[in-house]
Every structure is written in C-alpha cells, then in structure tokens.
Design a protein around this ligand. Structure first.
Ligand code: FE2
Ligand code: FE2
Length: 343
C-alpha cells in the first residue's frame, strides 16, 4: 500500500516517512496541497496523511478537493492536527476527513490508524468485487434486472427479523446480517458453467437439461471452495459457499443438489431460498407473468415446512409490507435511482 504524506515541514515529513517505511509502507511525499493533488490525480495513492496547518492550501481544503476528484477509488484521508476540540473534528469530518491524529503522537498510533484505513479500503474493494462478480455471472442470464439487489435486500429483512428472536441468538448477529447482504448476490454464480442453450432456453427444460442446470449449485460452491482454501478464515466466503451450494435445497429434503433437510441446510441458504423464490414468483419470466404479492404470498405459505423453513416463512409474513415496498422500489421498471434506496 502506498501512502501519501503531505506536510510543508520537511522534518515532519521525514519523521512520518521513516515511521511508515519501517512499518512496511511505500511512501510518497508532497510539500503542499497542490503537489498532493497532482499525485492523487494520477491515481497512485489511496491513503493520505496530511497536516492541517499548511500555507496556501490547508489540509482541510485539500480534504475538500480530494472529495471532488473523480478518482475511481475512494481516498482515505487522515488529518494531522494540533487541535483537539470537538468543533475542530466536526469541521474536519465535514470537509471529508476519515480520521484525525492529534499532535504530538506516538509512531505506533500513526501506524495503527493507517492500518485501520487500510482495512476500510480493503473492505470497500472486497464488496465492490463481490458484487461485480455476481453481476458478471448474472449478465448471461435472461432474468436479470434488479434481481440481485432485491434478493439481497429481502435476505437482509429476514435476517434482521431473526436477529431479534432469542431462538436465533447464537446463529444470527449483526455480522450475519451484513454478510448475508454481501454474499447473497453470489447465489447463482455457478451459472457461468451452464451452457447458453440451456441457460437461455425460452421453453421448459428437458430432464437432462434440468440436471445440467442443477449443477450451478455445486459449480458455484466449488469455485468458492477453491477461494476458501486460500483464505480459510474468510467468513464471507464460507457463507457465500453455503448459499451457492444450498439455496435450492428444500426444508423437507426434496431439493437439490444433496437433498439436505431442516437444520442441515445452512440458515443463510434457507433465508436466500425464500428470498430468491419470492423474487422469481413476483417477477416476469419468459414463461410466466409476474405474480401479485398475494399470489406469491399464498405460494410461500403453501411451501411452509416443505420448501421453506417455517421460521423463515414467519419472518417473511411479519415483514410483508417491507417486501412489497422493496418489490416496488427496486422493480425492474422503476427508475435507476430507486435502486439506491436502502430498506
Ligand atoms: Fe439458483
Ligand atoms: Fe436467483
């Protein structure tokens, strides 16, 4: 990771540079805001440490300008300041700073703050990458639109409801909710391995074709398993794998690919199974019109205990109005900006 240090005082620059280099960072330096902007414009750095008090352009002004740069990636800004009033931090935050370090400070504190910034940037990159990957897999599918956005939002609504139930205290926490939102778009990633003539066939599939279609679950799981081998502790990969593998399993064991039943189906997959099915029902397909919410609701209730986990169905029923709102605001016909709506 390359860090840009901006300070008009050469002694301070030296100190910062040495500390960061010792911690293993590449360092670029600039003695003014203007020089810093030129470096940033080239897209070289994503993390900036800047002094607040500088002649010409202050660190605060630099912050503001950074937020106006049209760089592809987010730039994380740490302000160095001798000020420690709450009003100063508010001013800095308004200008777009991500963090502050009050002078004088220990080198170890500086390194810790830079590490925190690095983590945030890595998270952002990871989330974008996951969604881009899911979109890519979906781009070959004919049923595209805002399907992934809706499925992840429905999944989150269910997970948030389960979070409040004592019964799920051990299984669902805030991280689970965040992860299901992050990873559920990957449920059909294995479809990249399904040939076009099957994936895009407008009519019903033959038995053999359906067998091939079913492999999207195992192929998706295999791909994510390969990534898991590299990063066994990555919880998001584990959940993504569970969802890809088991979102077509049925609660009564009659689903595919493994015929798992009840609790043997990971909870994340039981949630996505309902979210995905509800979305398929309420969306238009080549072979069918979109069901109304009431018709889809009746189908979900019919599947309670057979197709779907009864608790997940109950969570759906308790949040019906939210489901209807998502379906309307993230509808395939709705204007694009509504896709940004968070429910
Ligand atoms: Fe699927
Ligand atoms: Fe789907």
């Amino acid at each position: 990771m390359q860090v840009l240090v901006v300070d008009d005082n050469p002694i301070a620059v030296d100190m910062l540079e040495n500390t960061l280099r010792r911690a293993g960072y590449d360092v670029v330096t600039a003695s003014s805001g203007r020089a810093a902007l030129e470096i940033l414009d080239s897209g070289a750095c994503q993390l900036v440490i800047t002094d607040w008090e500088m002649p010409e352009m202050t660190g605060l002004e630099l912050c503001r300008r950074i937020r106006y740069l049209s760089t592809l990636n987010y730039i994380y800004v740490i302000l160095l300041t001798a000020r420690h009033d709450a009003s100063d931090s508010i001013e800095g935050m308004t200008a777009g700073a991500d963090d502050f370090i009050v002078k004088p400070f220990q080198p170890s504190e500086l390194v810790l703050r830079v590490k925190a910034g690095e983590r945030l940037l890595a998270l952002e990159t990871r989330e974008l990458l996951i969604f881009a990957l899911a979109k890519l897999a979906e781009s070959r599918d004919s049923d595209t639109g805002a399907h992934l956005e809706r499925v992840r939002t429905y999944s989150r609504i269910i997970a948030e409801y389960l979070l409040k139930l004592p019964k799920y205290r051990d299984q669902v926490n805030a991280e689970f909710v965040r992860l299901i939102y992050l990873t559920s778009p990957l449920h059909d990633i294995g479809k990249v391995a399904v040939p076009d003539q099957i994936l895009l066939k407008p009519g019903p599939l033959t038995e053999e074709e359906f067998e091939v279609m079913k492999t999207h679950t195992t192929r998706g799981a295999e791909t994510l398993d390969a990534a898991l081998k590299q990063y066994p502790s990555a919880r998001f990969l584990r959940m993504a794998r569970d969802i890809a593998a088991s979102h077509h399993e049925w609660y009564d064991g009659s689903g595919y690919p493994r015929g798992l039943a009840g609790q043997a189906v990971p909870l994340s997959a039981r949630i996505v199974a309902l979210a995905d099915a509800y979305d398929a029902l309420t969306s238009k397909r080549v072979y069918k019109d979109a069901f109304t919410h009431d018709k889809a609701r009746a189908a979900v209730i019919k599947g309670r205990g057979t197709h779907f986990d009864p608790d997940v169905v109950d969570a759906f029923l308790a949040n019906e109005t939210k489901f209807v709102a998502v379906q309307q605001t993230l509808s395939d016909e709705a204007p694009l900006q509504t896709a940004l709506l968070q429910v």
